[in-house]
Design a protein around this ligand. Structure first.
Ligand code: PMP
Length: 416
């Protein structure tokens, strides 16, 4: 039988002389094979057969509550957002077929950048095709060979990849540890270029960085500062600008990176900055230049969503209520959580190991609840997590239903 792509991977011997370049994946293939042969549903192959709203979808033929999306502000089905997308599709077509620096800048891309400048109150905004590319592009372009990037060890993969692409010296420090960060900064040779990269909310445990203190220290050592606000935009801060806004340090950040794939509810990435020379990035940043720009419908939905998020105070308040209720309820049930107090829209439930984590994930799915199963290398300290991310569109009643599902599944699997 030929190896069909729908067959689950199995550790197989390969004949011939050469080194099979896939052999480095054997431990992972074996682990996945063992997990699936125990009869568990593959947690990484779930299909949303129909999406009913920001908080509900049909999965395996069943109406399922979504508690594992990054749709924090529930903008994906906003009628104004949908209408803007349809209108752009009708008037500008399905795609730009070109780079931003050639034929791929439409009126909609400029309007999207205008919306971002207004949202953040900053001078410059540059839209990328994804948030991954925004980090990759900005970090690799500003920090090159001989420069130092001081970053939290739990930083997102796109941050590490940006450092590797730029060939900068990577100096990681212990997660959210102010003293460790300062120690690393002190050791950097005099006169070297320094960039400190931080995140507002860390997505695995849902914890917030002590940005006020960290940014103050970074600046006192002459470093430039980049903050990735992927998981805080739209929700944290009085105007939803993120943890920098809540910490009162917007004016001290050289670069804020964000994404449209979370609170904004579509796809794309961006960087905003007040640096007077920022516009040169459009010519020198390879992940901006050498890829096609976002389709007109995407930038139209993003711009509409960003403008609506400026007035999302009520939604932000409701999302905080949801986060507090879920966090408190799970804690009362006896689950071990990633943070002592709710700090963001992410509530991470720590599982004893991958096997029990996968079993709990499946039990929840049978209850009609989807959460994210996260495991190493994406997670810190080898943890297996069930990551719950709340949406401003989850009703109070839904959060109550979710807690009931966790209670039944947790007891069935023997975790509580
Ligand atoms: N930064 C962080 C902190 C993220 O969590 C993510 C995506 N999960 C990204 C950047 C990349 O965003 P995008 O999905 O737009 O590529």
């Amino acid at each position: 039988m030929s190896e069909g792509i729908s067959q689950p991977d199995q550790p197989v011997e390969r004949e011939g002389d050469g080194q099979d370049l896939f052999s480095k994946f054997d431990p992972l293939i074996q682990q996945r094979h063992d997990l699936l042969s125990a009869g568990l549903t593959d947690p990484f192959s779930l299909v949303m057969e129909k999406v009913l709203s920001p908080t509900r979808a049909i999965c395996n033929g069943r109406d399922t509550i979504l508690l594992g999306t990054y749709n924090y502000m529930g903008m994906t089905f906003d009628p104004d957002v949908i209408e803007a997308g349809k209108d752009a599709l009708d008037n500008f077509g399905s795609g730009t077929t070109g780079s931003r620096v050639l034929n791929g800048t439409y009126q909609g891309h400029k309007e999207c950048e205008d919306a971002l400048r207004e949202f953040y109150g900053m001078d410059h905004a540059m839209v990328f095709s994804t948030g991954y590319q925004a980090n990759l592009g900005i970090i690799s372009t500003i920090a090159g060979k001989g420069d130092y990037v001081v970053l939290d060890i739990d930083s997102h993969a796109s941050i590490y990849d940006g450092c590797a692409m730029g060939n900068a010296e990577i100096v990681p420090f212990k997660h959210n540890d102010i003293e460790a960060m300062e120690k690393r900064l002190k050791r950097i040779p005099e006169g070297a270029g320094k960039l400190v990269v931080l995140e507002g909310v860390y997505s695995m445990l849902g914890d917030v960085a002590p940005l006020a203190e960290m940014v103050r220290i970074a600046k006192s050592h002459g470093a430039m500062v980049l903050v990735d606000e992927a998981h805080s935009m739209g929700f944290i801060g009085e105007n939803g600008r993120g943890v920098c806004e809540a910490a009162g340090i917007m004016d001290q950040c050289d670069f804020i990176i964000g994404t449209f794939s979370k609170s904004v509810g579509t796809v794309g990435g961006f960087c905003v900055s007040n640096h007077p020379k920022f516009e040169i990035m459009r010519l020198v940043c390879r992940p901006y230049v050498f890829t096609a720009s976002l389709p007109p419908s995407v930038v139209a939905t993003a711009a509409t969503s960003i403008r609506k998020l400026m007035h999302g105070g009520n939604k932000r308040a409701h999302l905080w209520e949801n986060s507090k209720r879920l966090h408190g309820g799970l804690k009362d049930l006896g689950f071990k959580l990633g943070t002592e107090e709710p700090q963001s829209a992410i509530v991470a439930v720590i599982m004893p190991d991958l096997e029990q984590g996968a079993a709990m994930w499946e039990a929840l799915l049978h209850e009609g609840l989807y959460v994210n199963l996260a495991r190493p290398p994406a997670t810190p300290a080898n943890m297996t997590l069930l990551r719950c991310s709340l949406c401003a569109e989850h009703s109070e009643e839904e959060v109550g239903t979710i807690l009931g599902m966790f209670e039944r599944a947790g007891k069935a699997v023997g975790i509580i």
